[in-house]
Ligand binder design. Structure first.
Ligand SMILES: [Zn+2]
Length: 435
């Protein structure tokens, strides 16, 4: 099965150094993208690609829209679709009042399956083709999450949360059951379809030292797996972790002591890192995952994205929605808030950088850039079609837009799911078939 998409193609080669850094991306104003069996087979000027396409190719003309790699969300919580928009003073109140009670419901398979259907519908509606998710503590939630990913053939990363203290009884495992059930999830789902299982201790507050030891054992046994957890989100949280692990130098050192600080480690938030922690993250190649709408919503703080990226020892960075602490499923809305956070810090996040982070940057942070995040030949055809005139107000503004960067900035500043004209997963249009 061969498809030829026509439109304006944009794909990044590396992180842009400024608005005039045209070597950092490829742009075809009348481009052709040839897809064979879900893989990008050729990319270039439309006329060139058309000439080499088979005679029976199915053509889809997406002009005047942009065609980009599918968006990647590096951190969100699958069981929190009904937690989003909860009124709380801060992280710890939000967890105890809304989040933990809601996650208890995921022990029921029927509930987990129903939410999984909605979860993937929202990802596709918002142009997110890969996401890195926390399930609940229950294996049922991971089963629902991965089976729905397989049904839709999406490349997803997820993990059964491990947590054995400081939460309601219905959300606690033990060092033994957390270890055993994570192994079962790996056996059942890792490498099936396009699934990746991540080792997922929720954070240091909800895991005892004994459970952290079990997590360390999993990390040793499965060195290729991603590890995801939370780090340095909120000052009360940081203080509490220090009391729980008095032997550690700081919060980052807690994870380092259990062998959880490495190049496949994804740390949600990491807002308030000390210089020592940033050095340790950099040396380990660990990833700090910026969740702007969540950080603003919970009043957690301003993530120093630009400062971390330009350090002598730079910290690898990903970007994410953090549903349900985050307030939008849209990566466009997310980068709009990321931009504003840098403004408050006296920094500039240019639109080319934003789109790099949502696509190739997150794929690099996941060590998956050979598969997703670009329009390179041989990679998987997960794509979005972006319409910069999706609303009357955007159409009016587009009348005065003169450059690609201005168009991208308009899409980021005013766009949401309405700007995603189509979402392709492995070469198949998925948004237009949503109910
Ligand atoms: Zn989170």
């Amino acid at each position: 099965m061969t498809t030829l998409l026509r439109g304006r193609l944009l794909s990044f080669k590396r992180a842009p150094q400024g608005l005039d850094d045209t070597d950092s991306y490829t742009y075809e104003s009348d481009g052709g993208l040839l897809i064979e069996n879900g893989i990008i087979a050729a990319i270039g000027p439309y006329a060139t690609i058309k000439a080499q396409a088979p005679g029976d190719v199915t053509e889809v003309d997406h002009r005047p829209h942009l065609i980009l790699p599918g968006l990647i969300d590096m951190h969100l919580h699958f069981p929190q679709m009904q937690v989003i928009a909860s009124y709380a003073a801060n992280l710890l109140e939000w967890l105890n009042t809304y989040t933990f009670p809601e996650e208890c419901r995921f022990v029921e398979s029927a509930h987990a399956e129903r939410i999984a259907t909605h979860f993937y519908n929202e990802l596709i509606r918002h142009g997110t083709t890969t996401a890195v998710a926390y399930c609940s503590v229950h294996k049922t939630s991971a089963d629902a999450f991965f089976s729905e990913a397989m049904r839709r053939n999406m490349r997803m990363v997820g993990g059964k949360v491990m947590m054995d203290r400081h939460a309601p009884q219905g959300l606690l495992d033990t060092p033994e059951t957390g270890y055993d059930e994570t192994r079962e999830v790996i056996a059942d789902w890792h490498g099936k379809g396009r699934n990746h299982v991540a080792i997922t201790p929720r954070f240091a507050i909800t895991s005892t030292p004994a459970q952290m030891e079990a997590t360390a054992a999993l990390a040793r046994e499965f060195p290729d797996l991603h590890i995801q957890t939370h780090l340095s989100e909120n000052h009360d949280e940081i203080k509490f972790t220090g009391e729980l692990y008095p032997e550690a130098i700081d919060y980052t050192d807690i994870y380092a002591r259990y062998g959880l600080l490495g190049p496949k480690s994804l740390f949600g938030h990491a807002i308030h890192l000390s210089e020592r922690e940033a050095d340790a993250m950099s040396e380990a190649g660990a990833v700090a995952v910026h969740c702007p709408t969540s950080n603003l919503f919970l009043g957690s703080g301003l993530f120093p994205l630009k400062a971390l990226a330009r350090r002598e020892k730079p910290v690898r960075i990903g970007v994410a929605t953090d549903i349900g602490g985050g307030s939008s499923y849209s990566m466009l809305r997310t980068m709009d808030e990321a931009y504003k956070i840098q403004q408050l810090l006296g920094e500039r996040l240019n639109p080319l950088e934003s789109y790099y982070y949502m696509t190739r940057g997150n794929a690099e942070a996941l060590s998956l850039v050979d598969k997703i995040g670009t329009l390179d030949t041989g990679t998987e055809a997960d794509l979005i079609i972006l319409n910069a005139a999706a609303t009357p107000a955007m159409t009016l503004k587009m009348e005065v837009v003169k450059s690609l960067a201005e168009e991208l900035f308009l899409l980021q500043t005013m766009g949401d799911d309405r700007a995603i004209a189509e979402t392709y997963v492995a070469g198949k249009p998925m948004k237009s078939i949503l109910q």
